[in-house]
Each structure stands twice: as structure tokens, then as C-alpha cells.
Design a protein around this ligand. Structure first.
Ligand code: GDP
Ligand code: IMO
Ligand code: MG
Length: 423
């Protein structure tokens, strides 16, 4: 059986968690392939809201195995906190969870290095979630990292000390940065003891056997394509491959095993943290979208910057990922915001271009918009696309024509039930 991939096409927070939960009944296995607790995936059903950070979003479904893949980075303290909360509501959650031995560990000193580096950058900061993501992936590629499998080795304390000694040397490069690591270490080692009791597996053979046995797998991405370390708006990106290729390296799935690629995007676009954003709105419409869309980060609570849909960026993301189906989120948020602008090209250094230039720079790039009629109808109670106002139908048709990929799902609210499938 093939593997399907679900991922974000913008700067994250597209609504991936909701859709993974919606689609989970079609799958036997949900597997996260990259990122870590920088992610915040929100699920809503039966009047309750859940935010997941490292645990895959299929965890609320009986009989479904949730795998934390080798490409993920785990902070044991956050992981334990997340599980403690989940177990209160879903006592069987542990029986549905497997963790790759090859996933890397976020140490307390990784978090300190993240914070010190961001503070030192001042105005040029990335706007990191301060979860230690960058330093952990640096140690992974620098071949210094600690992996989940290491906690089962007798010399784990020694391995830990060697790495922390390195970090302490690095922290000396930030003389103004104050920290106290002892408290953090206490909680961290307690969480490591807890992690040891969980189902730690060799995840690649698990996935390969599942494929051979005909079980269905959905790979769940975190962040979004424009935050990809290679293809995003570098350096204002995260430190992993958030794109479809990341599902191959983050799970050990061969490229020819991937079938459907579900690309999730908002009917507008948001960004949290620093970095260029050509279609960003600095007016009352932007504020209205932020308020109606409750655009505040699920991990850090920071306000999300809001702007109009950017089609050159969306097309780029579709090509990078080989998207086969698009899923449009938060369409309901645009009700009553007035006419809608869609960016179809950029004016860049005096030229009209339809692709993303090497370096997106807000002062060099001007979006070219097509204006479309807005709508005022409330979409949140609609259950069928026939009920959509004509101007919303025209918006969907315009996007499909421009990008050449069908929009097969439209989300009209945060709840699992507020999901409309299209033919
Ligand atoms: P993720 O990181 O991609 O999983 O997305 P987040 O959970 O960070 O952010 C998406 C937010 O939008 C969450 O608060 C969701 O509950 C909410 N949401 C998802 N889909 C919709 C939708 O169609 N309409 C509205 N109004 N909210 C939605
Ligand atoms: P989900 O999975 C939105 C952003 C941060 C920052 C940059 C680098 O919920 O969509 P990092 O902590 O990774 O070093 O931060 O990436 N960022 C996200 N933005 N959604 C996310 O995840 C994000 N994860 C990281 O705001 O700009
Ligand atoms: Mg999120």
C-alpha cells in the first residue's frame, strides 16, 4: 500500500491538525515526519479543543497507530506534559503511540542556545518559538546529537555530559545571557525516565512492514513549505524539510511509495515570527481577518500576521511537493471582510514576475492583485458546496484555474464537522 502525505503550503498553521483528524478514519497509521514542539496542531470536536505539539493528530481515534518518526525532534518534558494531558481524556492513548529510536532529543541546553542566539540577533531575530529546534537540528547534521535510542544505552549519562559540555562552551559566546540549567535538567531527566517506559521502536521496518501488509499510512507534516530549510524564505525558516521530501527522510519511506499529497492552505495567508511577507496587510482588513480568524499562535500565543492569498507562492509550494489535492481552510473567516484581493504576480525590480525570486525582500517586491467580489454570508453552518454564495464559488474556481490542482475539501470552521468535501 502507498503512503499519503499531508502538509502545509504556506508559513504554517494552515489547519493541518484538523484535517489529519478528519482523514484519520481512512488510515491505519498516522506518522509525524519532522519538526517538534514548535508545532501546534489544533483539533476540535464534541465541543472540546485539543492542541498537539509532537504527538500525531490521529491520536484520538481507536485502532490507529501514531508514529513519531525519525525526522522529529522531541523535548521529553513537553512530550510528557502533552501525554499527561491527553491521558486524562483518552486513557488508551499510550497503546496507540510509537516513537522512533532515531528521533533526536532536544536538551535543556538546546533551548538555552536557541534563546541566547535569538537574543543576540536583536532586530534580525528569526522569531523562533524558542523550543530549541534550530540547535537540535544543528547537532543532528553536525553529528553530535542524542537520539531516543541512546536513552536505552548504559552510557547515556556520559553521552549527555559530553554534549552539554560542548553547549556550555558555546554559551560562553553569549556573555550577557543568564541561565540556570540545574532546574531544567531535573525535569528533563525525570521526563527521560518516563520516555523509557513508552513504546520505542525501529520505525523504518515498522513502516516498511505496514506498507507490505497493505496498511494505510498518512504522513503528517508540521510547519509549512515556506518555512522549509531549503525552499522557504531563508533564513526566516525552521530547521527541517517541511516538504514532501521530508516525509521520505523523516520516516524512511521511498519516494515511489508516495501517492496522494494533500496540500493544506488558508483562504488567505498568515505568518508568525519574522521574515518577508509580500501580501501582508497593515490595515483594518488585516486586523479584521486576525480577529475573525483568531489568528494567535497555538504554541506561543503570538499574534499572526495576516495577508491576502499569494498565488505565486502557492504554485511554488504545489510544485515543490507534487500536490495532488488542495484543501482550503478558514474560508469562513473572509465573510464580511469586503472585496477580496488575490496576488497573481509580483512587480520585482521593475519587472513583472510570476515566481518567487531568490530572496523575498519586502522593499523590492510589490504584489500585483486581482480583485474579486467578497461575500457576507456566514459559511460556518453550510454542509454542501451548493450552499456557497456565488462569489465564494468564483473564488474557488479562480484559484483552481490559476494553480491547476483541484480543491477537494473546504473547511468552514474549526470543528471536525465543519468540513465540506467536493467532487
Ligand atoms: P496547524 O498548525 O496547521 O495544525 O494549524 P493551527 O492549529 O496552528 O491553526 C489553525 C487554527 O485555525 C486552529 O485554531 C483551528 O482550530 C482553526 N481552524 C482550522 N480550520 C478552520 C476553519 O476552517 N475555520 C476557522 N474559523 N478556524 C479553523
Ligand atoms: P505548525 O506545525 C507557524 C516559525 C516560527 C519562526 C520560524 C522558526 O503549527 O504549523 P523554530 O522554532 O522552528 O526555530 O522557528 O518558524 N514556526 C511556525 N510558524 N506554525 C508552525 O508550526 C511553526 N513552527 C515554527 O514562528 O518564525
Ligand atoms: Mg500550528
Amino acid at each position: 500500500m502507498a503512503v499519503d502525505v499531508l502538509l502545509g503550503l504556506q508559513w504554517g498553521d494552515e489547519g493541518k491538525g484538523k484535517i489529519v483528524d478528519v482523514l484519520t478514519r481512512k488510515y491505519d497509521i498516522i506518522a509525524r515526519f519532522q519538526g517538534g514542539p514548535n508545532a501546534g496542531h489544533t483539533l476540535e470536536f464534541e465541543g472540546k479543543k485539543h492542541v498537539l505539539h509532537t504527538i500525531p493528530s490521529g491520536v484520538f481515534h481507536k485502532g490507529v497507530t501514531n508514529v513519531v518518526g525519525n525526522g522529529v525532534v522531541i523535548d521529553p518534558v513537553i512530550f510528557k506534559g502533552e501525554l499527561d494531558k491527553l491521558i486524562e481524556q483518552e486513557p488508551e492513548v499510550l497503546s496507540r503511540l510509537k516513537i522512533s529510536r532515531k528521533a533526536h532529543l532536544i536538551l535543556p541546553s538546546h533551548r538555552l542556545l536557541d534563546a541566547a542566539s535569538e537574543a543576540a540577533k536583536g532586530k534580525k531575530k528569526i522569531g523562533s518559538t524558542l523550543k530549541g529546534i534550530g540547535p537540535t537540528y544543528m547537532d543532528k547534521t553536525g553529528r553530535n546529537g542524542l537520539r531516543v535510542g541512546d536513552i536505552q544505552l548504559e552510557n547515556f549519562p556520559e553521552l549527555y555530559n559530553t554534549l552539554v559540555t560542548k553547549h556550555m562552551q558555546l554559551l560562553k559566546g553569549y556573555p550577557d545571557f543568564e541561565y540556570n540549567i540545574e532546574e531544567l535538567e531535573k525535569a528533563w531527566f525525570a521526563a527521560i525516565d518516563y520516555l523509557r517506559t513508552l513504546d520505542i521502536i525501529d520505525s523504518e521496518p515498522f513502516v516498511h512492514n505496514a506498507i507490505r501488509e497493505g496498511r494505510t499510512i498518512l504522513a503528517e507534516g508540521a510547519q509549512g513549505t515556506l518555512l522549509d530549510i531549503d525552499f522557504g524564505t531563508y533564513p526566516f525558516v525552521t530547521s527541517s524539510n517541511t516538504t514532501c521530501a521530508g516525509a521520505c527522510t523523516g520516516l524512511g519511506v521511498a519516494p515511489n511509495r508516495i501517492k496522494n499529497v494533500y496540500g493544506i492552505f488558508k483562504a488567505y495567508i498568515t505568518r508568525v515570527g519574522s521574515g518577508p511577507f509580500p501580501t501582508e496587510l497593515f490595515n483594518s482588513t488585516g486586523e479584521l481577518i486576525q480577529a475573525q480568524g483568531h489568528e494567535f499562535g497555538a504554541t506561543t500565543g503570538r499574534p499572526r500576521r495576516c495577508g491576502w492569498l499569494d498565488l505565486p507562492a502557492l504554485k511554488y509550494a504545489i510544485d515543490i511537493n507534487g500536490v495532488t489535492e488542495l484543501m482550503m481552510m478558514k474560508s469562513d473567516v473572509l465573510s464580511g471582510v469586503g472585496n477580496i484581493q488575490v496576488c497573481t504576480a509580483y512587480r520585482y525590480k521593475g519587472e513583472v514576475i510570476e515566481h518567487l525570486p531568490y530572496k523575498l525582500q519586502d522593499d523590492l517586491i510589490d504584489p500585483i492583485f486581482t480583485e474579486m467580489l467578497g461575500w457576507t454570508e456566514d459559511l460556518t453552518q453550510m454542509t454542501n458546496e451548493d450552499q456557497f454564495p456565488d462569489s465564494f464559488k468564483a473564488y474557488i474556481a479562480f484559484i483552481e484555474k490559476e494553480v491547476g490542482v483541484p480543491i477537494t475539501l473546504v473547511s468552514v470552521g474549526p470543528d471536525r464537522a465543519q468540513t465540506i468535501l467536493r467532487n
